[in-house]
Design a protein around this ligand. Structure first.
Ligand SMILES: Cc1cc2nc3c(=O)[nH]c(=O)nc-3n(C[C@H](O)[C@H](O)[C@H](O)COP(=O)(O)OP(=O)(O)OC[C@H]3O[C@@H](n4cnc5c(N)ncnc54)[C@H](O)[C@@H]3O)c2cc1C
Ligand code: SF4
Length: 478
């Protein structure tokens, strides 16, 4: 694997109720933290009522065997808990950190539904696998038999990486092509480090490389190598490119300086966390420090932007959303975190244009009310005439969602079938497309979704390829 720049520091402090005081040595703090995390995981695990109707499990996209690993953790059998946890999830410590648990496993915990507060399943999952890493239980793939067949994976996000892991464990040769310099996709350059520490992702990349995955980084398919060449080089190809076309805003002043895309803003901040020199941060272009920041959008990307801006030392951070709090697409937990950190939400507000000349000075805001439900059942926002006002801003971040890039055109592959939304047409159970030997997984199939779904797709697709290539079951189970 090409050497990837590493992080400067390791943070274990995110779950601690107190922050490390400079007078306490890092090693001592880590020891205190380890004790705290153990006690907390055991306490939470023992709260599981073993209800017999594990809605938590059925609402986890990976159908993780949650009751079993909670029982094992509660009785101190951590190595077994890890074995159960990793059997269904390729990156349990990552999901434990960033799954929107309130919408998935924890939101469906029967203890939560009886009004006693959910078992904190995600934190326990994170604890189990962090401990497994510490104790050396997490091992790279070492298949009992190497196969000659190879699979090319385009995209090193969670979907591509999960597929790579399973294919390598079956002895299949795997090459991943990615246009970025570091693997991880949005785990590396989208999701901020305060939610997912970068070394947690980098050690996974390293484990895959140690297990024999070949990474071809800084390699953009459609530019540095053609799709046709990749197809010709491998027995099967998996498209795992995610969705990166940012939805845009129209209106007067929309092209002014100081109005930026969320993905550019977050990528720059993540690069800075890696210790890279980032000219756009140094010049202030993608830096919120000392600025009045307005973020437009109500999803998880918007929450990541507002929370990053707070950490960069913004003067004020406001989030404009055209519906109300109850109708926000993002996780309620993330919204609450943002509110607690000082973000001001301006509900029922939509941008109409921007004030200022070459450089933005404010957002022209239209006030909205919620009208009749649309076809999806959500109430449609309607403009309240005569209630417009200007929200001052010197950095505006557009976080309105993402759609797929036009792969058939970019890759000179008109035969690759896409849906009317531009996502690749593939079977949900296997990822198979109509092109022989071509599969697709993750966001490029589902549209902007979640890490846990990308992992599920990657695993299912790898299993389908293993079966298609006729790998004997004993080898595939390694
Ligand atoms: C800001 C942000 C925050 C998020 N937070 C969360 C969260 O907290 N929890 C959660 O579950 N989900 C979150 N998500 C969603 C989640 O990150 C995605 O659903 C998930 O990463 C999709 O995985 P993927 O493998 O399909 O694609 P990606 O992670 O997008 O990876 C795709 C990879 O393909 C590469 N690529 C693309 N085109 C090419 C090409 N032509 N040639 C070579 N390589 C290419 C890209 O460089 C990238 O590395 C967030 C998304 C964003 C944008
Ligand atoms: S993978 Fe996500 S949804 Fe499933 S148990 Fe873990 S945190 Fe919950």
């Amino acid at each position: 694997m090409a050497k990837q720049p590493m992080l400067k520091f390791v943070s274990v402090e995110r779950d601690m109720p107190v922050k490390r005081d400079a007078s306490v040595r890092k090693e001592d703090f880590n020891e205190i933290y380890a004790e705290f995390a153990k006690a907390k995981a055991e306490e939470q695990s023992s709260r599981c009522s073993q209800c017999g109707v594990p809605y938590c499990q059925s609402h986890c996209p990976l159908h993780n065997n949650i009751p079993d690993w909670l029982r094992l953790t509660a009785t101190g059998r951590l190595e077994e808990a890890y074995a159960v946890s990793q059997a269904t999830n390729t990156f349990p410590e990552i999901c434990g950190r960033i799954c929107p648990q309130d919408r998935l496993c924890e939101g469906n915990c029967v203890i939560e539904q009886s009004g006693h507060g959910t078992v904190t399943i995600g934190s326990v999952e994170k604890y189990i696998t962090d401990t497994a890493w510490e104790k050396g239980w997490v091992k790279p793939a070492s298949p009992s038999q190497e196969r000659t067949e190879s699979v090319g994976i385009i995209g090193a996000g969670p979907g591509g990486l999960a597929a790579a892991d399973r294919l390598r464990r079956a002895g299949i040769q795997v090459t991943i092509y990615d246009r970025y310099d570091r693997a991880g996709g949005l785990l590396t350059y989208g999701i901020p480090g305060f939610k997912l520490e970068k070394e947690v992702v980098m050690r996974r990349n390293q484990l895959l490389a140690d297990g024999g995955v070949t990474f071809k980084m800084n390699c953009e398919v459609g530019k540095d190598i053609s799709f046709a060449d990749i197809r010709a080089a491998h027995n099967a190809v998996i498209i795992a490119t995610g969705v990166y076309k940012s939805r845009d805003l129209q209106g007067p002043g929309a092209g002014a300086k100081g109005i930026v895309k969320a993905i550019d803003y977050l990528t720059a901040s993540n690069r800075q966390d890696f210790g890279d020199s980032v000219p756009e941060i140094e010049s202030g272009e993608l830096n919120a420090e000392g600025k009045k920041v307005v973020v437009i959008g109500g999803g998880d990307t918007a929450m990541d932007c507002v929370r990053t801006a707070i950490r960069q030392g913004a003067d004020s951070v406001k989030c404009l959303y055209r519906r109300d709090k109850a109708n926000m697409p993002g996780s309620q937990r993330e919204t609450q975190n943002a509110e607690e950190e000082g973000v001001e939400f301006v509900w029922l507000s939509a941008p109409k244009g921007f004030t200022g000349g070459d450089t933005v000075e404010g957002v022209m805001v239209q006030k909205m009310r919620l009208g009749q439900p649309d076809a999806s059942g959500r109430q449609s926002p309607e403009v309240i005439e005569g209630a417009d006002y200007v929200e001052k801003a010197d950095l505006v971040i557009k976080a309105l969602g993402f759609s797929p890039e036009d792969l058939p055109t970019l890759w000179d592959a008109p035969e690759l079938e896409v849906t009317r939304w531009g996502t690749v047409k593939a079977q949900f159970t296997t990822g198979a497309t109509d092109l022989e030997g071509v599969y697709a997984v993750g966001d490029i199939v589902r549209g902007a979704s979640l890490v846990v779904w990308a992992i599920k797709d990657g695993r299912d697709c790898a299993d389908a390829i293993v079966e298609k290539l006729g790998v004997p079951t004993a080898v595939a189970a390694e």
